[in-house]
Design a protein around this ligand. Structure first.
Ligand code: ASP
Length: 413
């Protein structure tokens, strides 16, 4: 049985086992099971996280230096930025439109809101300007500190600079360049080993998620959950594949077949960062993206391109406004979209990161930050699908960018 099939079976079994555990709450059987599942999932996630920083660092350095050497850097950079902007904008429009169409939040029992507000502490104010300041302060820092603290964005920035320096230095830096190249290949080998554990890790993560989340809250906010999840799936199943087909000239079925290991892992971990090593491997080995393109686009996209998160934040802001009986003007809705775009750029690829940046989106139009108390209980469940779409977007963009880069090479040769 190949690894992809094993992973899919493990995911289904994990969900079934999770539901099974909810039948025996607070028994020692359930406790022991949860303990075991916790250990297994920590090992899997721990191994992926262990590889994340060295992999991001080496892949960007190698990716940029190869792109620069091939004279493709400017082109790849522009297409990557344009693709991210386009897909995120489409996601935002879709999120806002569907929230309007289905009038999410109208008619929901306001009691939920009041209950959630009690015992909830007001989070610190987060405005776009304070966000920008802390974004800069956290990004331009000592690279050794960034590497040791796992500050992904700062590592990305430093690696970009190093990659450019390697090219400018040419032959005189060939030793460093070859070392980075070999280090990167070695990291990918380790990723291959961790992938063998993916079925067990995914089984444990999903079983634990189902067994420990309070799904009854979900049913009270079911309409919102269904609309957001449905819209996110629509973006991932229709909008992104259409773009892939038009601009990447790839059959969406081929894409999903090649990407499924990474997508299932994104679903189970709710973390695009933890999934990144697998996204990179799938893009290179199954989707035919060249290492220099995947090495540049995927780590960058993991950090900056989050369609699912942007869509969710825009729809959730409208949901909260409706719940409070407020009608947002068109200008306010545009502000929501712009802030959600910044928020998705800044959200790290970890579980529920979108919830933190959500505060900023709410506050941008004067909605109370405390309202995230309503969304928090259902967030872990909704996070699964939006993370899949976040990861899918990155892989899809790497296919499109690689196609254009190859085309340019053929034309110039
Ligand atoms: N969990 C998401 C991710 O890792 C971020 C979010 O919370 O929206 O991509």
């Amino acid at each position: 049985m190949n690894l992809n099939t094993q992973i899919l079976i493990a995911a289904v079994l994990g969900v079934i086992y999770g539901f099974f555990l909810t039948l025996y709450p607070q028994t020692s059987f359930a406790e022991h099971s949860l303990y075991g599942l916790g250990i297994l999932s920590s090992i899997f996630i721990g191994l992926l996280k262990m590889l994340l920083i060295p992999l991001i660092f080496s892949s960007i350095v190698v990716g940029v230096s190869n792109l620069q050497a091939g004279g493709q850097f400017g082109r790849v950079w522009k297409i990557t930025a344009l693709s991210c902007l386009t897909t995120t904008t489409l996601a935002l429009i879709l999120g806002i439109s569907c929230a309007h169409l289905f009038e999410v939040g109208k008619g929901v029992d306001i009691q939920i809101f009041q209950e959630a507000m009690q015992n909830h502490q007001t989070p610190d104010t987060l405005t776009p300007s304070s966000f920008l300041t802390s974004f800069i302060q956290n990004t331009l820092i000592n690279p050794f500190k960034a590497l040791s603290e796992g500050n992904v964005l700062a590592v990305v920035v430093f690696a970009l600079f190093l990659g450019v320096a390697l090219v400018k230095g040419g032959e005189s830096f060939s030793l460093v360049r070859n070392t980075c190249q070999q280090f990167f290949v070695m990291m990918m080998m380790l990723v291959g080993w961790v992938m063998k554990l993916a079925p067990i890790g995914i089984f444990a993560l999903l079983a634990k998620l189902i067994a420990t989340e309070d799904l009854s809250v979900l049913s009270r906010l079911v309409e919102f959950a269904v609309v957001v999840t449905g819209t996110t799936i629509f973006h991932g199943a229709v909008v992104l594949p259409a773009l892939l087909w038009i601009f990447g000239k790839m059959n969406p079925i081929t894409f999903f077949k090649g990407a499924r290991t990474a997508l299932v892992t994104a679903f189970a971990t709710s973390s695009s960062s933890a999934t990144m090593p697998l996204s990179m491997k799938c893009a290179q080995e199954n989707l035919g993206v060249r290492p220099q393109t995947a090495g540049f686009v995927i780590p960058l996209g993991t950090q900056l391109n989050m369609d699912g998160t942007a869509l969710y934040e825009a729809a959730a802001a409208l949901f909260i406004a409706n719940l409070m009986g407020l009608d947002l003007s068109l200008t306010q809705q545009i502000i929501v979209c712009l802030t959600a775009m910044i928020a998705s750029l800044g959200a790290p690829g970890i579980p529920s990161a979108g919830m933190v940046t959500m505060i900023m989106v709410l506050q941008s139009v004067g909605l109370p930050a405390e309202a995230i108390a309503i969304l928090l209980p259902i967030d872990r469940v909704l996070d699964t699908v939006r993370t899949v779409v976040n990861v899918q977007g990155d892989m899809m963009i790497s296919v499109v960018v690689d196609r254009y880069a190859k085309q340019a090479e053929v034309e110039s040769s």
